[in-house]
Ligand binder design. Structure first.
Ligand code: FAD
Length: 269
């Protein structure tokens, strides 16, 4: 069953009607799996290794971040267009919010580009995306998405609640003319405004939208796993700490550089 079976109109729910996906629990009861189809049997270490000693986990998440980047850019475009339609994009405070949105979205896109730029061939000859950038940006995903949604929520204002109950209200000869007259924006006629705000609602407020807030939080695993395992392990702290040690080794108690600075109050007196 889809999450929102009542979302039957593409105009009212442009994302739900396209992308809503049902989850399912499949139970294989009394199934014969031929041995030539079994890859791993009762070996937990090997099950883990198939993801982490091959490029599988990184490549799967590279696809996931490509998807995430595309989604965030789409949301940023919706935010930008709504401010144009409302005529609020001339206000410095609104521009700052759009700037913050751009900063967040471009950071994710930049990490994706960096992961591709730092890709390396592994022992099996597979090109694997750079893990520092890839797992680094994944570590913020559970905060990035809610932040982007919060900015969009802020910018759309109450307009998403002041909408006709459905596309049929616009088509109705009774309500249509009033809607056309009273629900419009400085930058868009009635139908265009409602269409855009309906799309925004399907990102921030519909059942589909709520599901996606949860979806992005756990897409790559629980945040404490993503950060505590993937991001922490793949950052490359060893190299950073080695560079820090080199810096620390470069000076000691007797290592005063500027002779004009007194070493003690007595010397300065
Ligand atoms: C869109 C989507 C796609 C997914 N795809 C896959 C997939 O392809 N493969 C797959 O295996 N799984 C997948 N998952 C499942 C996902 O990995 C799990 O949701 C995730 O591991 C969290 O497990 P849980 O939902 O059982 O929550 P729980 O383990 O119950 O955790 C819930 C919360 O409890 C807290 N918590 C629990 N344990 C700890 C701890 N030890 N330390 C600190 N805090 C803790 C944290 O706040 C955590 O967020 C997917 C989930 C979603 C939403």
């Amino acid at each position: 069953m889809p999450y929102a079976p009542s979302a039957t109109s593409e105009f009212d729910y442009p994302l739900t009607t396209r992308y809503d996906e049902p989850d399912a629990l499949v139970i294989f009861d009394d199934v014969l799996v031929p041995w030539d189809r079994v890859f791993i049997d009762r070996d937990v270490t090997k099950v883990r290794e198939q993801f982490f000693t091959t490029g599988a986990h990184a490549l799967g998440n590279w696809q996931a971040q490509t998807r995430f980047t595309t989604k965030l850019k789409f949301i940023a475009a919706v935010a930008r267009k709504i401010t144009q339609v409302n005529g609020t994009d001339r206000i410095p405070g609104v521009q700052e919010k759009l700037g913050e949105l751009a900063a967040v979205v471009s950071s994710v896109e930049s990490a994706l580009i960096a992961a591709q730029h730092t890709a390396e061939l592994d022992d099996a000859g597979l090109m694997v995306p750079g893990k520092r950038a890839l797992y680094g940006v994944m570590g913020l995903q559970s905060e990035t998405y809610p932040r982007v949604i919060a900015i969009l929520r802020d910018l759309v204002g109450g307009g998403v609640l002041q909408l006709p109950s459905g596309a049929s209200d616009l088509q109705s000869p009774t309500t249509g003319p009033d809607i056309e007259r009273y629900i419009q924006s400085p930058g868009a006629p009635s139908e265009e405004r409602i269409k855009l705000f309906r799309l925004a609602w399907d990102i921030i407020g519909s059942e589909f939208a709520g599901r996606h807030q949860q979806y992005e939080l756990f897409y790559a695993g629980a945040p404490f796993v993503v950060r505590g395992v993937y991001t922490f392990r793949h950052y490359g702290y060893e190299q950073q700490v080695a560079e820090l040690d080199e810096f620390l080794d470069g000076y000691g108690l007797d290592g005063r550089v500027d002779a004009s600075i007194p070493a003690s109050p007595e010397e300065g007196a």
